[in-house]
Design a protein around this ligand. Structure first.
Ligand SMILES: *Cc1c(COP(=O)(O)O)cnc(C)c1O
Length: 386
């Protein structure tokens, strides 16, 4: 059997008619930038996620970059984030001129460790060096929401803004305490001051091209991002440039496609969770494998831990059997050549470095069949029985 790590064509086949109708609708109207498709998509996402404003953008990377700009992050500032993430997270910080301050991850969730954020902030305060720190940028890695309860509490205490990198977690939920006796379910991206999504094709909610979005409840941030994404000019008065911006708009065709896909996202995320539960059930007993947590997770990736001596051997064994796997991520960001100038070195963030040696992501997507899942599980068990 030959399995694909991700097969977008299978999903396309299930929505082909709807998608083609939507694309033709845009072609017939002939409006390719902005317009009612984009506006209604924004409203639908705001409603789905429970956020006052949703601003469509060209990518997750610009969602992060423009969010930081809108919060006033600039050259010489600092932003706390995780070193165990996709490069764009820290790249967006660096592009504002600010410096990413890395904080190590939790062992179990692969997400930034709130305890270590608290320690860092206490230390900076003691040294009277808190002034430059403008934001905390947690990432909900692999579809699992970071410990937002603890992160929001710390941010509030130090009056620091929170920007969520929710690129991998569209639709994920977490129960948060909103008052002394009340809990509420919140969607990833709608918890911090700003939340950022990517609609890169391989993401849980993926366009047929690039796309992104920002959520916020703050009218000023929303207004600023609306200017920034359009050369610093308002859509209604486009020849008056008020600030220096970018061209970061979402295409109308992509908005029309995403509107179709949004209707299916709960069903698709649900299927991912089912597969993850099935994998967990069968892999939990395999000595040498640590399975991921199901809590607050919509499984953008299904990522196990394997001892570093066996990880690459397992990957190449599976590859020979027709099962591709991926390593997200090989190199934590503090060790990326481009970030060396901050003086980071091996050993600075041991949990992130250990994760980089141990992680292995298995195929997971809503259309992955039971037969394929069983084949993958069987071959993993074969490897450990050898
Ligand atoms: C995909 C991704 C991004 C960037 O999104 P693009 O739409 O590709 O620009 C940022 N952060 C994380 C964690 C991602 O997975």
């Amino acid at each position: 059997m030959k399995i694909k790590f991700l097969d977008l064509n299978r999903q396309y086949k299930t929505i082909k008619k709807e998608i083609e109708k939507a694309i033709h609708r845009v072609l017939d109207v002939g409006n390719f930038i902005g317009g009612s498709e984009v506006e209604s998509f924004e409203k639908e996402v705001a409603g789905f996620c429970g956020s006052r404003y949703a601003l469509s953008l060209n990518s997750g990377t610009d969602a992060l970059y423009l969010s930081l700009k809108a919060l006033g992050v600039k050259s010489g500032d600092e932003v706390i984030t995780t070193p165990f993430t996709f490069f764009a997270t820290a790249e967006a910080i660096a592009n504002t001129g600010a410096r990413p301050i890395f904080i190590d991850i939790e062992k179990d969730s692969f997400n930034i460790d709130p305890q270590k954020i608290a320690e860092k902030l206490a230390q900076l305060k003691k040294l009277n060096k808190l002034k430059k720190l403008k934001a905390i940028l947690p990432v909900h890695l692999f579809g699992q929401v970071a410990n937002m309860g603890a992160i929001m509490k710390i941010a509030k205490k130090y009056k620091i803004k929170v920007v969520e990198d929710a690129a991998q977690s569209f639709g994920a939920k977490i129960r948060l305490q909103v008052s002394s006796s009340r809990f509420q379910e919140k969607r990833a991206g709608a918890i911090g001051n700003v939340g950022c999504f990517s609609f890169f094709p391989s993401k849980n909610l993926g366009a047929y091209g690039d796309g992104g979005m920002v959520l916020t409840n703050d009218q000023n941030i929303a207004a600023t991002i609306n200017l920034l994404k359009n050369h610093g000019s308002s859509i209604n008065d486009k020849y008056k440039n008020l600030i220096i911006g970018t061209n970061s708009r979402l295409d109308t065709i992509q908005a029309a496609i995403l509107k179709i896909k949004l209707k299916h996202i709960n069903e698709w995320n649900g299927k991912r969770i089912k597969i993850a539960q099935y994998y967990n059930k069968h892999l939990q007993g395999v000595i040498g494998i640590t399975t991921p947590s199901i809590d607050n997770n919509i499984f953008h990736q299904y990522t196990i831990r394997v001892s570093s001596e066996l990880r690459d051997k397992l990957a190449s064994f599976l590859s020979k059997k027709g099962i591709p796997t991926m390593i997200y991520y090989f190199l934590p960001l503090h060790l990326q050549p481009v970030f060396k100038y901050f003086g980071n070195k091996v050993g600075d963030f041991p949990e992130s470095e250990r994760a980089a040696r141990e992680v292995l992501s298995l195929p997971i997507y809503p259309e992955l069949t039971k037969v394929e899942q069983d084949f993958i599980l069987k071959k993993i068990k074969d490897f450990y029985e050898k």
